[in-house]
Design a protein around this ligand. Structure first.
Ligand SMILES: C[S@@+](CC[C@H](N)C(=O)[O-])C[C@H]1O[C@@H](n2cnc3c(N)ncnc32)[C@H](O)[C@@H]1O
Length: 362
């Protein structure tokens, strides 16, 4: 993720030369121009585990009273390759994706300077896209560390307040460092770090937020690829059992924290339907004034060129299979009203990622 609060000249050209393309349909920086200082990216990629191949570039943020970017002179064209379009692409967010697993080297800390890019699993952008944060809104990131989605929110819009909550001390330090490395001082009063247990947040700050992201602690299926010993594995299997209850409490808390007419996005990086569809279904029973929205047309179809989606909840619920032919691929989908799931694919370095969007009635 290129940081719009720094100079980013030259990176888009390097990306294109390396075979990256824009993830979001509306932009193509092949015609990117800038008079600002050029940035040199270390283009020596490493192939290996935990590969990340999404890069986000952002234009200047219209609502930001303190633009510190030199990229206001960028001229951006339309991406004729991409269709159909996302209905709500954040106007200031540009993302790049690579068809094969590549890894940019992460950028070293440079005292007194903001980092220019942040690497993230491409599917991590989807909960932020679903949240549709608008300038001036109050946003809560209930489970925030290490801060990738909080940064993506700040690349997408200029909220009046972004509260990043993380109860774990070590991870909260990591979060604070991430925010410090990417966001200018001028945003300090608008991006705050909180240390509460997310389960009680909703009671304490009931109805205060327009948007709440619950990127919940989960089984994190991709991390199984890197678990090194069986003891660790057994411990994690034990912990799995308590997750759906914790996740449901966090989602309930989020629904209390959001104002009438507000939006909650619930996401995990597991395939487990007990941590995904079942949590949403259980919690919605307690909130008759809230309903899950269909993300199929808005997110799954426009991004089907890159991600394989499923909305099959498993355990015998009714599903409807549909096949969508894109320019490049024919992909099978299962539709379900409660959420969508990015399924990992061989040779791709993203997913799983489940997301559901819930709106409360005004
Ligand atoms: C999947 S990670 C969040 C990743 C983060 N949103 C990002 O994009 O970088 C889940 C986080 O939830 C935190 N967490 C665990 N229990 C929590 C609780 N009771 N309330 C709030 N956060 C909690 C974990 O410490 C962990 O940092």
């Amino acid at each position: 993720m290129l940081n719009r609060f720094t100079a980013v000249t030259g990176i888009a050209q390097i990306l294109r030369a390396q075979g990256f393309s824009t993830l979001l349909p509306q932009t193509d920086v092949s015609v990117l121009h800038s008079n600002g200082p050029s940035t040199v990216l270390n283009s020596k990629y490493q192939e290996g585990k935990d590969t990340l191949s999404t890069l986000c570039i952002s234009k200047g943020c219209p609502g930001d009273p303190h633009p510190q970017s030199d990229n206001s002179s960028f001229a951006l064209g339309q991406d004729s390759e991409s269709e159909p379009a996302l209905s709500f692409p954040p106007p200031s967010l540009q993302c790049y994706i690579h068809p094969s697993p590549l890894r940019f080297p992460s950028q070293a800390h440079r005292p007194g300077q903001l980092k220019q890019y942040y690497l993230l699993n491409a599917a991590s952008l989807l909960p932020v896209l679903a949240l549709q944060v608008k300038d001036g809104e109050k946003v809560l990131d209930l489970c925030s560390a290490p801060g990738g989605k909080a940064l993506a929110i700040m690349q997408s819009a200029s909220p009046a307040l972004l509260c990043c909550n993380e109860p774990d001390l070590h991870r909260r330090d990591w979060l604070a460092k991430t925010l410090e490395s990417f966001l200018p001082h001028s945003l300090k009063s608008r991006v705050i770090v909180s240390a509460q247990d997310g389960r009680s947040f909703g009671q304490r700050e009931a109805g205060l937020y327009d948007k709440v992201l619950v990127d919940a602690p989960c089984s994190n299926d991709r991390s199984w690829l890197y678990s090194c010993n069986s003891q660790q594995g057994e411990q994690r299997l034990k912990e799995r059992a308590r997750l759906p209850s914790l996740q449901a409490q966090l989602l309930r808390s989020a629904l209390l924290a959001v104002c009438p007419g507000g939006t909650v996005v619930y996401s995990t990086c597991t395939l487990s339907s007990f941590e995904n569809f079942s949590v949403v279904e259980t919690v919605l029973k307690d909130f008759p004034e809230a309903e899950a929205e269909d993300l199929w047309e808005e997110i799954a179809i426009p991004l089907s060129k890159y991600f394989t989606f499923s909305s099959n909840p498993g355990h015998g619920q009714t599903t409807q299979e549909a096949t969508l032919k894109t320019q490049d691929a024919s992909v099978s989908f299962y539709r379900h009203r409660l959420g969508i799931l990015v399924v990992p694919q061989l040779g791709k370095s993203w997913g799983p990622m489940f997301l559901a969007r819930i709106r409360t009635r005004k």
